[in-house]
Write a protein that binds this ligand. Sequence first.
Ligand code: ATP
Ligand code: LTN
Length: 341
Amino acid sequence: MQETQPAATAVPAKKPVVFSGIQPTGTMTLGNYLGAVRNWVQMQDDYDCIYPIVDMHSLTIRQEPKVLRSNILNAFALLLACGIDPQKSVTFIQSHVDNHAVLSWVLGCSTQFGELSRMTQFKDKSAKHADNINAGLFTYPVLMAADILLYQTDLVPVGVDQKQHLELTRDVAIRFNNLYGNTFKVPEAYIPKAGAKIMSLADPTKKMSKSDENPNGFITILDPADTIIRKFKRAVTDSEAQVVYREGKDGINNLMTIYSCVTGKTMEEIQREFDGKGYGDFKLAVGEVVADHLKPIRENFARLSADKGYLEEVYRRGAQQAQQRSSRTMEKVFRKIGFVR
Ligand code: ATP
Ligand code: LTN
């Protein structure tokens, strides 16, 4: 008689951990979306993803409390509206999980003044906010390292502006591991090939940023279709009237990148499509595809932001999950550094 074998219980392979955050400093721009959030959405099926709204980071710039509170809730609703699915990913509000601040202190003691002084974002932001060069602005990358290292992260999907902070995170993790024994996974940056740096529509030599004073420089993902089309029509280009991707054509290169990211067309295909046509036609086409692409997000946002009960349920559950997962790393850190438990 043949013996029946017990059914093999397949142990699911552990998915690599993905972590990334966005600041609640205003409405997400097309740059944030194409450079980061769109990739976060796409990664949810293949990775174990963790996506907080990093409200503690936003304190490095002066905030109006009432506005901040509403920005945090809107940023959270917007993340869900873009397609972050709380059934698949852990999503929460950073300040709800104490471990971020606690690990940040510990890592700060393993980070050198000199290396923080070299951070270009610190130099840029202190030039922009010369009346408020606070210690938090200086130690900001340490909090970011804590965010990432708390979850034993493998991959961090970000725009290219965050590359230097990621390198610092890796350096701090390696230094800590060498000093105290293996504690943290050393993460890798995941920077998209296209869309990693969407430029301002008003000044295509500058990054599109949600805290830009000139609203014509950025498209927010909640802008209505007519605003989007108007902003693209006004986008700064050159006087050549040729839709080609070439050095020195910053404005056109940026519009072509946006068009390519949204439609999936290559630069050559775009060049052919607009061969012999003027910038007016091209700008209108870019405006229209972007407006169409963002329409469902705007509709999802209207529905979600009206449901405060649901949002609260999601961020509470997310914080519990994040607290639990990050506490494992925190315990390990405390043991390694010699704290009494
Ligand atoms: P702020 O204007 O307040 O400095 P920001 O617009 O730069 O904010 P963040 O919240 O700091 O946005 O960034 C969230 C994510 O979006 C990061 O991964 C960042 O690299 C990415 N990102 C920001 N701006 C752009 C851009 N113009 N192009 C591509 N990615 C971007
Ligand atoms: N520093 C980032 C926001 C940020 C982040 C993070 C990104 C804070 N913590 C952890 C990735 C992983 C910014 O300014 N865009």
